[in-house]
Design a protein around this ligand. Sequence first.
Ligand code: ZN
Length: 441
Amino acid sequence: MDAAFTVARGDLLVRDGAIAAVGPAVPAALAALPGGNADERLDAGGCLVLPGLVHGHVHLCQTLFRGLAEHADLLRWLRERIWPLEAAHTEASLAASARLGVCELLAGGVTCVNDMGTVRHTEALGEALEASGIRAIFGKALMDQGEGVPGPLRDDAATAMREAVAVAQRFHGAGDGRLQVSLAPRFILSCSEALWRDVAAASAERGLLVHTHVAESPSEGREVQAAVRTTAARYFEARGVLTSRFVGAHGVWLDRDELTFLAAHDAALVHCPGSNLKLGSGFAQVHNWKAAGVRCGIGSDGAPCNNRLDTFHEMSLAAGLSRALHPVDPLTARDVVALATCDGARALGLGDRTGSLETGKQADLCVLDVSAPHHAPHGQADPYTTVVHAARASDVRATLVAGRVLYRDGRWSTLDPGRVAAEAGAEARALVRRAGIAGLA
Ligand SMILES: [Zn+2]
């Protein structure tokens, strides 16, 4: 699938981590190689080869909390469970949580994640991401105020920015350019006006993405209105936060004027349909985002609000919700695949590097088996419909990032799943004890 959504039948040649030729161009490109042949072949017969999936919003620090924060809306979910659990992380538990999440994501065809991080131990997250081989944007979550924010998660604005910049200095561009560092102010209610202004200035100075949450739930919207006398997007605009480096997750409650100025600033939004449904946050109007010209992607959000890190599940939900909300002119299956590939990459500022299968782009690939009974009898007839409405993460046969096979047929090349699961279980039990939340231990 290239930028014009052409579906080619044939081979794909990878050289030095990048796509060297696609489809009809492969035989000539192969013949031109020294020896006239490839060093290694990966048989993708019976499969679709997709651009690696781009996961636009996730919290890898929360993978250990899967199933521990049920039955609450956003603010109670954060204050009563998620923040106390995040506050109990150590370097070891954060790394274990990230490895567990990346294990699941790679097995589901994801080659690129945009992760919100947490407040402490961000270096451990960076090291786990670097060692995994996945492409990632991540940052230290920034919080300097807010009801229910535990002391260990609260910095003063200057400390928060100093630590965030130190993470960027260490990891931005690491892993042969696979890692990028963002600034990650969590949301309006957890960040002071001074912190937002510092974030806007540091983003402009250093060219870092600003990754945050925007207009997620009705109760959050009411508290934002009470705290800052306006809506989140208007607040961001007034403080210079909205630029082409802005990535806002959820955007469920944005009005048309807000979408207009998000588009005017070339800001991006990430659709999180599974999380929006599970937390009862509402129905994001992605149809209107696209009509306004906003760049947009898709993501699962963290494991405790979904509870899957499965882009195929999110694509299916996005398509179904769009049909229910806009029966006359819904998102097509191709539109939805674009959210998880080329559009998602553009939303993260990575459109020149990944998101489609074109010569010169990074060889970030998802090999999807469409030969199973649940794809029969027409699994290859319309690949977009197949991917959105029939495919499952478990159909992924192989996941490659920059030409490197990170997952293939139930084996991970950089992660030992038995060890990852054992470590995650032990670290999760210890973390829950440290958090000391009534009813959890
Ligand atoms: Zn989130």
